[in-house]
Design a protein around this ligand. Structure first.
Ligand code: DAH
Length: 346
């Protein structure tokens, strides 16, 4: 019996060494381990042995079986690697760095508007920062003057992670980290930052509400920043985006992180201000909440509110894209429907 196993082993090794293709391996596997394979037959032969001999021989056959199985798997990897190397050698050389003469793909409507605004603000000396999507509760709330149990937290329920962090509900969540990163501005060189980002809220989704949407936030902090600066930058922003001189109006608005806070409305672009269903017949559209940064927020960011002032604004980027491209259903943005999205590329 043991001699027989030794013979099988030698034969297996010889055949394996000759195999050059993956399908030959399968033939070998069947020849040795298949229903009528040599190892399987050897297992059957165990019946003829007495109990003691059966035990030792049985172990030997099983060892051989495992050895063969493993050798086949290992050799398969060797052959695969060989085939891959051969493919590489024969592959046509392709230079990925050559620019394509056919533009493929296009920018998403939100990216288009975002880039447009970034370009406008960069020319006015703003830097663009990335705000993280996963934030600490502190950055999203306490850092912008929304303490625990503040009613504003109810309106912005979001998705919490097991570690206590959350998906940010607004781009304002980056304010604190940005202030700490850049520190107090030098005299005459205000800190001017733009930070667009994806935000999340626990919303019931319909044509006007999404649980995932985009905002674009901006901040300017210096030793002499006033509401006039705020209005100036907001007007430039909207005039450039809509490519016409837009009429704006400021109304008081409450946000815990600004004081005073405003809602900046623009003259309705659909009806020209006479009143229509889109602007609920008021002639104005709420677009840009903003205000003078609350002293607490500056202080928490390590900036002395007695020396510095600043403004902040939080533009609803998704909303702006809807208005710019006249998109009636917010769900289109995250639909992944190229057929639909393609209409809005420029
Ligand atoms: N974070 C606010 C929101 O998501 C928007 C906002 C309002 C941002 C006023 C600001 C601001 O910077 O000054 O509703």
């Amino acid at each position: 019996m043991l001699e027989n196993l030794e013979r099988i082993k030698v034969q297996f090794k010889e055949e394996l060494n000759l195999a050059e293709m993956k399908d030959e391996l399968e033939r070998i596997r069947v020849a040795f381990l298949g229903k009528k394979g040599l190892v399987t037959e050897a297992l059957k032969d165990l019946h003829n042995l007495d109990a003691e001999a059966k035990k030792t021989a049985g172990m030997q056959v099983n060892m051989l079986k495992n050895e063969i199985e493993k050798a086949i798997v290992d050799y398969q990897k060797v052959l695969e690697e060989r085939e891959y190397q051969k493919e590489l050698e024969n592959a046509e050389r392709f230079d990925y760095s050559i620019p394509s003469d056919k533009p493929v793909g296009a920018m998403h409507p939100i990216t288009i508007v975002q880039k447009q605004i970034e370009d406008i603000f960069k020319t006015m000396g703003f830097i663009v920062e990335d705000g993280l999507e996963i934030q600490t509760e502190f950055n999203n709330f306490e850092g912008v003057n929304i303490p625990k149990n503040h009613p504003a937290r109810d309106m912005t329920d979001t998705y919490y992670l097991d570690n206590g962090q959350l998906l940010k509900t607004h781009t304002s969540a980056a304010q604190n980290a940005i202030m700490k990163k850049y520190g107090a501005p030098k005299t005459g060189e205000p800190l001017k930052v733009l930070f667009p980002g994806r935000c999340f809220r626990n919303e019931n989704i319909d044509a006007c509400h999404e649980n995932t949407f985009f905002q674009l936030e901006g901040m300017m902090i210096g030793d002499d920043i006033s509401i006039s600066n705020l209005i100036y930058f907001m007007k430039v922003l909207l005039t450039e985006v809509f490519q016409r001189d837009v009429k704006v109006r400021l109304r008081p608005g409450f946000f815990p992180f600004v004081e005073p806070g405003f809602e900046l409305d623009i003259n309705c672009s659909i009806c020209g201000g006479v009143g229509c269903p889109t602007c609920k017949n008021s002639g104005w559209l709420e677009l840009l909440p903003c205000g003078m940064i609350h002293p607490n927020v500056l202080r928490l960011g390590g900036i002395d509110p007695d020396k510095y002032t600043g403004f902040a604004f939080g533009l609803g980027l998704t909303r702006l894209a809807m208005m710019k491209f006249n998109i009636k259903d917010i769900r289109l943005f995250n639909s992944g429907s190229l057929k639909q999205l393609k209409q809005f590329t420029v």
